[in-house]
Design a protein around this ligand. Structure first.
Ligand code: SAM
Length: 308
């Protein structure tokens, strides 16, 4: 299918769609470093500008519009979360473009927090908005670990199918589980996922394999907990710390923080997917991304449509 991607960031969601054989014809983000990363790995079809200034006429026709709209206003991590948060209006930009382009499908990814925000009112509002635009809409939480990502990351995938399109979208079935029972594979442990990477303190040619030297703290907060190498990692975030940096997971040896490359591996990016920008920017781009393997699992489900 022909894909238009909004809020594309460094391209995690788009890489999954590409891996599933879809053709991304146009993408957009305003974050210069992420756009540079995207271009270097996925192609020149990304435009660097604010979505508020994107004219619908410059967006090509497509079968599906995908977008992980910014989640700060929605996240449970944000204690000031509020239905009226300015940033929540960014999803309306996604709606504006979908409304004009009327693709057969859309896919909007977000944090699990939108399910509980304002006692579910925000999600209801989003689903009602898309329904009134002529789409059958559903939303489901998927856990990246269930699709082979070495990370417990739960995200909401809102999927719309245009009313006149005869297709029922099915969410992908888990392929992995905690104990490897019921014919599923066992969740991938973070220690195993990182075991092939060289020590970042030794000379190596691995891209983005450097790490923040911030002192480790074990205070129980996200990013400051002991990591168990035998389990999938906790959620990688793009959240800032109180010093203007990014909260970064500890390496499972619990002696230092993960390098950007290690964090990218925990997000299931391939080893040659190089990121542009300084270390904080790279950590942030990685934390913002949809894990490509999870995106691939979802994107494959749309392949069924073209094969029918
Ligand atoms: C959650 S990230 C998306 C990550 C991406 N889906 C991926 O998998 O790598 C949200 C993105 O929205 C972008 N963004 C925020 N405000 C924007 C705006 N006004 N116009 C365009 N992009 C914007 C941010 O720069 C960020 O890259």
């Amino acid at each position: 299918m022909k894909v238009v991607s909004l809020f594309s960031g460094a391209g995690g969601l788009d890489l999954g769609f590409k891996m599933a054989g879809h053709d991304i014809v146009w993408a957009n983000d305003l974050y210069g470093d992420a756009v540079e990363t995207y271009r270097a790995n996925l192609g020149d079809h990304i435009i660097c500008k604010d979505i508020f200034t994107v004219n619908e006429e410059e967006v090509p026709d497509c079968d599906i519009i995908i977008g992980g709209f910014p989640c700060q206003g929605f996240s449970v991590a944000n204690t000031k979360r509020n239905v009226n948060d300015e940033r929540n209006q960014l999803y309306k930009q996604l709606m504006r473009i979908i409304n004009v382009k009327q693709p057969k499908f859309f896919l909007a990814e977000n944090v699990k927090g939108i399910f509980s925000l304002a006692k579910g009112q925000v999600l209801k509002m989003i689903l009602d908005d898309f329904t009134s635009m002529g789409y059958k809409v559903k939303a489901e939480i998927l856990n990246a670990a269930d699709y082979g990502v070495p990370q417990l990351r739960q995200r909401v995938f809102i999927v719309g199918v245009r009313n006149d399109v005869d297709y029922s979208f099915d969410y992908p079935k888990p392929e992995f589980c905690a104990d490897g029972s019921h014919g599923l594979k066992k969740w991938i442990a973070v220690g195993d996922a990182l075991s092939d990477l060289p020590d970042p303190d030794e000379p190596n040619n691995v891209p983005n394999h450097d790490y923040s030297k911030y002192k480790l703290r074990f205070n129980g907060y996200i990013g400051h907990r002991t990591i168990d190498p035998s389990k999938p990692a906790p959620t990688v975030t793009a959240r800032g710390d109180d010093k203007g940096g990014v909260v970064v997971l500890h390496h499972p040896n619990n002696q230092r923080r993960m390098s950007c490359r290690e964090l990218a591996t925990v997000q299931s990016f391939p080893i040659d997917y190089a990121f542009s920008g300084n270390r904080s920017s790279v950590y942030r781009q990685i934390g913002n991304a949809v894990p490509p393997l999870l995106a691939y699992a979802v994107a494959k489900q749309f392949k069924n449509y073209t094969e029918e």
